[in-house]
Design a protein around this ligand. Structure first.
Ligand SMILES: [Zn+2]
Length: 375
């Protein structure tokens, strides 16, 4: 039996593999040591055998509620991701795998690889309305790429979408993939109408360094990008620095920042209610966006979510709050579960890439519902 995480977005520390009924593992923390929860590794063994994997430091992970009713994700072909029997007890996450093939990949959520990221950029750039723009370099010297869609006409609304500020939240890039392909599908009337009315600025992966390194939440130097929006720097958070620079040039009329939540088993929005300039206009737009998204996707709901910030008590270092205040625009964080949507549970898959993709498609309908009134 053999375990490796020496690949793109891999993360596991192998402590002891002597007993296949007590394989001892640990998750490697992000640089800086503050965060960890993402794991991603491959186990090779014997077909028909059962392997019991214990992640011994799960009790020190960033979100302990994240392990409650959580089932690890696995795949034999790296296309279809299903759930494995998983339990959490006394600080230990136990995953049981009975092998149907010699190797199985096991992860916190279905990975979205750096290669797939390149494939996505390459696939969309052949569309006549798409331009890829190099916004700048990350600290590991990777490209930070913006997908621009539209002619940039100033009478059109400017819609900004960012994903994977937190690199372990891979469902965010799955969603962007669905949204992009749907938006560019010439048979999709919603996309066509939106492109008549809006320019799109989409960053499918805000944190490529953290993604490749197998981080949960931070970039190459351990910075949580979603706490950097008030004062980004080239040393600590060039990703945010470059995106804000571009936003200042284009303006922002709608901002959609896509994330995953470790604990809550629901899809929900977090808005900018606590920002100093929050207004009835923004509240009205937010309500309409939320109502239409509910109709467009039964996976979305507005009953469960984060506590709403009191007036003027928002954390202004967070992207959604900073952008809402700076551009007086509708700004939403979308959260998807790592676990499942408890309103529509799927025992085999849980929340999945496929459902994230569909939610990306549905998000366009909510954008169309508000686009005329964004300014
Ligand atoms: Zn996040």
């Amino acid at each position: 039996m053999h375990i490796t995480a020496n690949f793109d977005a891999g993360n596991i520390d192998v402590i002891n593999t002597d007993d296949k009924n007590d394989i001892q593992l640990a998750i490697c923390p992000d640089v800086g040591g503050e965060f960890f929860q993402w794991f991603n590794f491959r186990l090779s063994g014997q077909i028909g055998e059962q392997y019991v994997l214990n992640i011994l430091n799960a009790g020190e992970a960033s979100y302990l509620e994240g392990w409650e009713n959580y089932q690890a994700v696995a795949s034999y072909d790296r296309q279809h991701w299903f759930r494995l029997p998983t339990s959490y007890k006394e600080g230990k996450l136990t995953i049981v795998a009975e092998l149907e093939c010699e190797t199985i990949q096991i992860a916190y959520f279905a990975p979205y690889s750096y290669e797939r990221h390149q494939d996505l950029l390459a696939a969309v750039q052949v569309h006549p309305l798409v331009t890829l723009e190099h916004l700048g370099e990350t600290l590991d010297k990777r490209d930070l790429t913006l997908v621009k869609i539209g002619d940039g006409a100033t009478h059109k609304r400017n819609i900004w979408i960012t994903a994977r500020q937190h690199p372990g939240e891979t469902m965010a890039e799955w969603l962007v993939e669905g949204l992009l392909y749907s938006l560019l599908d010439s048979d999709n009337a919603t996309g066509k109408q939106l492109l008549d009315k809006a320019n799109f600025y989409i960053v499918p992966n805000m944190n490529p360094d953290g993604s490749v390194r197998g981080h949960l939440r931070t970039n190459a130097v351990g910075t949580n990008l979603n706490r950097e929006w008030q004062s980004p720097s080239l040393d600590k958070s060039p990703e945010v620095f470059h995106v804000i620079h571009k936003m200042e040039a284009t303006g922002v009329d709608l901002f959609y920042d896509v994330h995953g939540d470790e604990a809550l088993p629901y899809v929900f929005l977090a808005g900018s209610q606590g920002t100093p300039s929050y207004s009835d206009r923004l509240a009205g737009l937010r309500d309409r966006f939320s109502d239409v998204l509910k109709l467009a996707s039964a996976d979305f709901q507005s009953e469960f979510g984060y506590e709403i910030d009191a007036p003027s008590e928002a954390n202004m270092t967070v992207a959604t709050n900073w952008v809402a205040e700076r551009f007086d625009c509708l700004a939403n964080t979308l959260e998807m579960p790592f676990k499942d949507n408890d309103n529509l549970p799927d025992e085999e898959m849980g929340w999945s890439p496929e459902r994230s993709i569909k939610l990306g498609e549905a998000s366009l309908i909510a954008m169309l519902a508000v686009v005329d009134d964004l300014r």
